[in-house]
Design a protein around this ligand. Structure first.
Ligand SMILES: Cc1cc2nc3c(=O)[nH]c(=O)nc-3n(C[C@H](O)[C@H](O)[C@H](O)COP(=O)(O)OP(=O)(O)OC[C@H]3O[C@@H](n4cnc5c(N)ncnc54)[C@H](O)[C@@H]3O)c2cc1C
Ligand code: FES
Length: 288
């Protein structure tokens, strides 16, 4: 299963195992266990060579601890200012959470397939994300904002468990000002919450979609993606125009170790972005 989308090669095309030193320029605590790290390459020649396309990820490496696949969340038009938004869940990500501004780590990448943003020119776009799933689609938002006139209507549907779990809250007004119709929802509100309550797929009822023009990108918990896809199919959106980003435990990121295998595909090199057509046999199976 090959990606049909143009992607950026690793910064060392001849040696994808090569790691490069990056320094933490800034840290923003997004929610209690999630922080965004702005990274910059120590070697300016490497920085010059590094490019990525929306949807790709890097392997972040903490020597003596290990390596983790983390999506790139920043603006693909400014590839030297890399942002990674990370939930502290295990050995690498918890160790990263103890790092401070100025600390060094190693990085190799970028890896993986891309959201096919170039194919979306002139089309309407629905971005449906849940929880940390907003991180891998944020470069798409940047990409569209930088070229807003080239796309039709754009909707962002984003949800989290509670108001305290919402990512990038300072950005929503800016997205709205760039004519990205942004709908935010939470599963459970609190005393201050005046916005929507409900799951992300329920936001579809607010949209006036033209099925023939609409392209859908979705990323988040697999159950959410299943219901988003069901909404899209009910609205007669072509399964070839629905794109999903899959996560699987990774090791090599190069298609060698088999850790990330999903049927005939390796998420590291064939994904993480797939068409719904490619993922249909797996997405319809509970706990696949
Ligand atoms: C393409 C891709 C992009 C990703 N982007 C991000 C991102 O932007 N931000 C972020 O915080 N995380 C992201 N992840 C997930 C991240 O790679 C894993 O959580 C990683 O295992 C964390 O490493 P660790 O050493 O801290 O945890 P580990 O010690 O490896 O594991 C911690 C726990 O999480 C489980 N686990 C590990 N990986 C996964 C997985 N992929 N799916 C489900 N359960 C898993 C383990 O079984 C264990 O219970 C991404 C994963 C992939 C494949
Ligand atoms: S992570 Fe090794 S094959 Fe994908």
């Amino acid at each position: 299963m090959k990606p049909n989308i143009q992607v950026a090669a690793t910064v060392d095309a001849a040696n994808p195992w090569a790691t490069h030193a990056v320094r933490i320029r800034a840290i923003e605590q997004e929610v209690s266990d999630v922080a965004s790290y702005e990274l910059e390459f120590e070697d300016s020649a490497v920085a010059e060579r590094f490019h990525f396309v929306p949807g790709q990820f890097n392997m972040l490496y903490l020597p003596g601890i290990g390596e983790s696949a983390i999506s790139i969340s920043s603006d693909p038009d400014v590839p030297q200012r890399l942002l990674h938004t990370v939930r502290a869940v295990g050995s690498v990500t918890r160790a990263l959470a103890r790092k401070q501004i100025g600390d060094q780590l190693l990085l190799r990448g970028p890896f993986g397939s891309a959201w096919p943003v170039d194919l979306f020119r002139g089309q309407d776009i629905v971005i449906a994300a849940g929880g940390l799933g907003l991180a891998p689609v944020r470069p798409v938002i940047h990409y569209i904002m930088n070229r807003r006139g080239e796309f039709g209507k754009v909707w962002l549907l984003y949800g989290a468990r509670s108001p305290d779990d919402l990512l990038y809250t300072s950005q929503y007004d800016c997205w709205r000002e760039t004519d990205i119709e942004t709908h935010i929802t939470v599963d459970l509100g609190d005393n201050q919450w005046k916005g929507n309550i409900g799951v992300v797929p329920s936001l579809f009822e607010r949209l006036q979609l033209d099925a023939s023009l609409t392209r859908v990108l979705t990323c988040g918990p697999e159950i959410m993606m299943r219901f988003v896809i069901a909404e899209c199919l009910a609205q007669k959106i072509d399964p070839k125009h629905i794109f999903v980003s899959m996560e699987r435990n990774m090791n090599c990121a190069l298609g060698f170790c088999g850790h990330c295998q999903l049927g005939p595909a390796f998420v590291c090199k064939d994904g993480p972005v797939f068409t719904y057509e490619q993922m249909e046999p797996y997405l319809n199976v509970e706990d696949f």
